[in-house]
Design a protein around this ligand. Structure first.
Ligand SMILES: NC(=O)c1ccc[n+]([C@@H]2O[C@H](COP(=O)([O-])OP(=O)(O)OC[C@H]3O[C@@H](n4cnc5c(N)ncnc54)[C@H](OP(=O)(O)O)[C@@H]3O)[C@@H](O)[C@H]2O)c1
Length: 247
């Protein structure tokens, strides 16, 4: 898939919501989606960082993005439905959601992890992706070809010591993907998949593997062929899959 070569207008006319759009993979995907013709709705907490991504998209000649400064840790159904309603009102449609936001503390043994940390890990990494997708379903179902992409994590797929509640939440996304895909009939123009980026040079990787030289890791841009493939019409037959990015 790293050799996938998307058409320049792959996402022309589409509206895509990206969580975690202010940094790392979410930022790179927002820029890539906009470069391929999409109008992007940028969601994260830090407004200044969102504005920086907004400016980059405009400077590159992309369609004017929408910005949603929003904290997924305190999301509830009502505010998510309001968010979806605002999106519908201003952008008129929704063709895709990339869930890239995440909450991470440190790599620690389970014996040192607290209930409060687990609640926060579950809320941002698992519950919010579910609830935001659910709130967006009426809009997504109006799209001729909608794609929802959850972002998994290698240790959610293959558990290992010290990844704790983070890995448990990420493994839940895989189960969520399979259940949802099973509930969507083949006739519906909606697909849901989980993408596992693997190692990539972002601030998160610097925290989990501080000894690794980032220059030896794939960059966020190296992974964009997977993101574009899953968000665009070339992947319409890919449903309910857990996909690992491999170089
Ligand atoms: N980097 C890797 O090696 C790697 C490997 C496997 C999986 N992943 C997955 O890839 C995804 C992106 O990771 P990344 O490395 O790009 O992370 P990152 O650079 O740390 O970016 C995380 C994003 O999440 C947003 N965010 C955090 N808490 C939030 C909240 N409560 N509400 C709304 N937004 C929130 C942050 O923005 P604000 O601070 O502005 O809110 C930021 O935009 C994550 O799901 C991660 O689990 C990454």
């Amino acid at each position: 898939m790293k050799d996938y070569s998307p058409r320049p207008d792959l996402l022309a006319g589409r509206v895509i919501l990206v969580t975690g759009a202010s940094s790392g993979l979410g930022r790179a995907a927002s820029l890539a989606f906009a470069r391929h013709g999409a109008t992007v709705a940028l969601l994260a907490r830090n407004e200044a960082k969102l504005e920086a991504v907004y400016d980059e998209i405009i400077a590159a000649g992309g369609a004017e993005p929408a910005m949603f400064p929003y904290d997924l840790a305190v999301a509830d159904d009502r505010s998510l439905e309001t968010l979806a309603g605002t999106l519908a009102h201003h952008l008129k449609r929704l063709d895709g959601v990339l869930h890239s936001a995440h909450q991470f503390y440190n790599l620690t043994p389970l014996s040192l992890q607290t209930l409060d940390q687990w609640q926060s890990l579950m809320r941002v990494n698992l519950i919010a992706p579910f609830a935001l997708t659910r709130a967006c379903l009426p809009l997504l179902k109006q799209s001729p070809d909608a794609s929802v992409v959850f972002t998994g994590e290698t240790h959610g797929h293959q558990p290992a010591a010290f990844w704790g509640g983070y890995a448990v939440a990420k493994s839940g996304l895989e189960t969520l993907t399979r259940i949802w895909a099973d509930e969507i009939s083949p006739e519906e123009n909606l697909r849901i998949n989980t993408l596992i980026p693997g190692q990539v040079a972002t601030s998160l990787r610097a925290r989990t593997h501080p000894g690794l030289d980032p220059d030896t890791l794939p960059s966020t841009d190296d992974l964009m062929p997977w993101y574009l493939y899953l968000m665009g019409a070339d992947s319409t037959s890919v449903r309910g899959q857990i996909i690992e990015c491999r170089n």
